[in-house]
Write a protein that binds this ligand. Structure first.
Ligand SMILES: Nc1ncnc2c1ncn2[C@@H]1O[C@H](COP(=O)(O)OP(=O)(O)O)[C@@H](O)[C@H]1O
Ligand SMILES: [Mg+2]
Length: 342
């Protein structure tokens, strides 16, 4: 059985208390009949409770790397350690039950109710009825769906976004130490996709799982990742770093190109008005345009620009004015970011 890094996994633990570190150690995968490896000497470590995004162009080995973790496919070389323990020591079937897995086409069972779908793994693990029922209710509530209303429904009676959330709940059901998510929001329209991303980040703040999240979208990677592993053709690691570091200091031209020429703007999306020194409101009349401190610097810039350069009044959670953000101020922030990058 997998061990928990923070505390022993006993039945008395609070729900969702498990998370394990994950280490790729010189991992390679050569598919039978192929000349070139799909994954080539991959090494990186994800701390317990972190979201690591695997990002890269199509064919760079993201899905392959993910499937090696729960042994859906065998390793050709190297090792993967979960909670410090080689996955090779675990029975593959057991491993797949213990690791939550979310894919794009969700794969909910159409003839099972939503509640029964979420209960799949707990049932396989032999949980008793009362405990399983309680866990299903807890998870439905956690993903913002009413257990009494949604639990008895069938997948076809839910929206695409709701089904995707149920897929996440099902993967979380047995309180796994690790969640694997392969382009989980790839098939969702942009507006709902952003909502699901935000919801997942809120959920993750509560459950604090170790998560490996695959996407080909660098913006999604920057938004979702505590760490980002950028893969390049041939399944090689181009850079492993925090989103901040990837944007500030791309290792090479491949990473710089992949991240995009607008990386200054992207970086501004990572910081909020809380992170910069605002102009004192003293003596200045606050304009009618008010934004919360939690606004990203990037959004503040686009608002100021759309107001033809008029400053924004910034308020805290209690609606107290804490300062102004002016075009000059944003200009100096952008300038220092550019300086940072060169
Ligand atoms: N079952 C397989 N047999 C042979 N080659 C495969 C198999 N699955 C994937 N590949 C090859 O391995 C490489 C990486 O694929 P994949 O991991 O799916 O990349 P990604 O998820 O980044 O798009 C590709 O060149 C792909 O064609
Ligand atoms: Mg893939």
């Amino acid at each position: 059985m997998l061990t928990n890094e923070e505390s022993a996994n006993t039945d008395g633990d609070p729900p969702s208390s498990k998370a394990a570190s994950l280490e790729f150690r010189n991992v390679s995968k050569l598919y039978a009949g192929q000349k070139e490896p799909a994954v080539n000497d991959l090494s990186f470590t994800v701390e317990a409770g972190e979201v690591c995004v695997l990002v890269g162009p199509s064919g760079s080995g993201k899905t392959t790397a993910m499937r090696l973790i729960n042994r859906m496919i065998p390793l050709s070389g190297g090792d993967i350690l979960l909670g410090g323990d080689s996955v090779l020591k675990h029975d593959p079937t057991e491993l797949r039950r213990e690791i939550g897995y979310v894919i794009q086409q969700i794969g909910l069972f159409p003839h099972y109710s939503i509640a029964d779908n979420i209960a799949t793994v707990p049932k396989l693990l032999g949980w008793d009825k009362a405990r399983t029922k309680e866990r299903v209710r807890e998870l439905l509530a956690l993903i913002g769906l009413d257990p009494d209303e949604i639990g008895p429904r069938y997948p076809s009676q839910l929206s695409g976004g709701q089904r995707q959330r149920v897929g996440v709940a099902r993967a979380l059901a047995a309180d796994p130490p690790l969640m694997l998510m392969d382009e989980p929001f790839g098939a969702i329209d942009p507006i709902n996709r952003e909502r699901l991303q935000d919801e997942f980040l809120n959920l993750q703040a509560q459950v604090k799982k170790t998560v490996v999240f695959v996407t080909h979208d660098i913006d999604e990677a920057i938004k979702m990742g505590d760490k980002i592993a950028i893969l390049r053709e041939g399944g090689r690691l181009a850079q492993f770093d925090s989103p901040e570091r990837i944007l500030t200091d791309p290792h090479d031209d491949f990473v710089a190109q992949f991240v995009g020429a607008d990386r200054t703007l992207k970086r501004l999306g990572l910081s909020t008005l809380e992170d910069i020194d605002l102009v004192s409101p003293n003596g200045l009349r606050p304009g009618p345009e008010t934004v919360p401190l939690s606004t990203s610097v990037r959004d503040a810039l686009s608002q100021v620009l759309s107001l033809n350069g008029k400053p924004l009044t910034v308020v805290d959670q209690n609606d107290h004015v804490v300062g102004l953000v002016t075009l000059e101020l944003l200009g100096s922030v952008v300038g220092s970011e550019d300086h940072h990058q060169s």
